[in-house]
Design a protein around this ligand. Structure first.
Ligand code: IDP
Ligand code: MG
Length: 139
């Protein structure tokens, strides 16, 4: 069993899509091991997305992420990291495949409804950032 970190971003909570996205998480066979509603501060968003701090969209992204409610989740499944990335689809909804969450729900490349860790090292950092004590691998 592997764990990954996921978020339902403010554009989705704002439109009342959290329930639909959580249903999809359950349908995909993930065990939800942690879930919390947060209203992140700009500083928390900057810390979380520190890997992107040199990117031109960093300021907009961290403003967006601190503009509303986010559901943070720790998810467990076999092949959790890759499976959740596949369920989300491409970063830009214009490039996302049919049947993916971002194809169905994302408003733009920035307001793209969901987040998922992209590798074991980022999953470990991101899980620990929002769920202290929750590790990458199930005990
Ligand atoms: P990912 O979320 O698919 O892993 P990343 O490249 O890690 O994509 O980017 C993190 C987040 O930053 C994206 O989900 C999106 O919200 C935002 N983002 C990425 N690229 C752009 C861009 O070119 N313009 C505006 N926002 C972007
Ligand atoms: Mg990423």
């Amino acid at each position: 069993m592997e764990r990954t970190f996921a978020m339902i971003k403010p554009d989705a909570t704002e439109r009342g899509l959290a329930g639909k996205i959580i249903s999809r998480i359950e349908e995909e066979g993930f065990n939800i091991v942690g879930m919390r509603l947060v209203r992140m501060t700009k500083a928390e968003a900057e810390g979380f997305y520190a890997v992107h701090k040199e990117r031109p969209f960093f300021g907009d992204l961290t403003s967006f992420m601190s503009s509303g409610k986010t559901v943070v989740l720790a998810l467990e499944r076999d092949n959790a990291i890759k499976h959740w990335r596949d369920v989300m689809g491409a970063t830009n909804p214009a490039d996302a495949d049919e049947g993916t969450l971002r194809k169905e729900f994302a408003e733009s490349i920035e307001r793209n409804s969901t987040h998922g860790s992209d590798a074991p090292d980022t999953a470990a950092f991101e899980l620990g950032y929002w769920f202290p004590g929750v590790a990458l691998n199930a005990g």
